[in-house]
Design a protein around this ligand. Sequence first.
Ligand SMILES: Nc1ncnc2c1ncn2[C@@H]1O[C@H](COP(=O)(O)OP(=O)(O)OP(=O)(O)O)[C@@H](O)[C@H]1O
Ligand SMILES: [Mg+2]
Length: 259
Amino acid sequence: MSRSEKLVIAVSGKGGVGKTTITALMLRALIDMGIKSILVVDADPASNLPDVLGVKIGKTVGEVTNELKKAIDRGELPPLLSKRDFLEFKVFEVLNELPDFDLLVMGRTEGEGCYCMVNDVLTEVVDALSRNYAITLMDMEAGLEHLSRRTDRDVDYMIIVTDPSKMGFMTASRIKNLASEVHIEFKNIFLVGNKFSLDQENLLYKYANEIGVEPLGIVPYDENVFHFNLEGVSLLKLPDDSPALRAVKNIVKKMNLVR
Ligand SMILES: Nc1ncnc2c1ncn2[C@@H]1O[C@H](COP(=O)(O)OP(=O)(O)OP(=O)(O)O)[C@@H](O)[C@H]1O
Ligand SMILES: [Mg+2]
């Protein structure tokens, strides 16, 4: 990867299809590839990713943004500090710096509509932060909501995860169509089949073709993933020969991130 190249990868799809799991396994794949500069963003308000990665976090971006909104309402923001500077400062403060990657947890913001200015500034701040990293990996919230919120405007690789179900494929199709309706241009849109058995692989190719996205491959159901989550052990510690991890490593290779 050349120094100037900054890649943003977002993982989306229907609820429960395995977005957070695939994000964690992609992170592990990137770390194992020796990529040093990785920002992971948990953009799902439900914030499961820190637990799955075994990271204890403090405040979320949503929490500090709410503090800003309250300060604005009370007229308490110091006059010399612009809203952008304040948020930038706060976002850096809540960034979790870990040995192999940095983790930013968005969490929940309150009072959407009336504070769009703050939300826009927030998007700007997160965009600016991501430019400091070779790769930004984002675990998106389920469904389509994020598409209307600009959070994935500058995504290079949109990975849509689906399980082998009609609803999964339909959500994938709606993400693809809605993105073009709201004029978000993803440079690449890929489809990943999670919890697919080998004999279901052709289904992924068939639907990817219908939807008009590129199939990247399937990830099998993996007992290790189940047990690690049950026992609260970080998925980053999965053994090298775990079937789901091996499949995700192949998928990351196919994405051709390192040129
Ligand atoms: N390949 C897999 N093998 C075994 N279990 C899996 C696999 N992928 C996901 N799971 C399990 O399925 C459940 C849902 O996965 P996950 O939380 O990653 O989905 P999600 O799409 O992020 O869900 P949400 O929409 O709630 O954010 C979890 O319990 C996870 O452990
Ligand atoms: Mg999730």
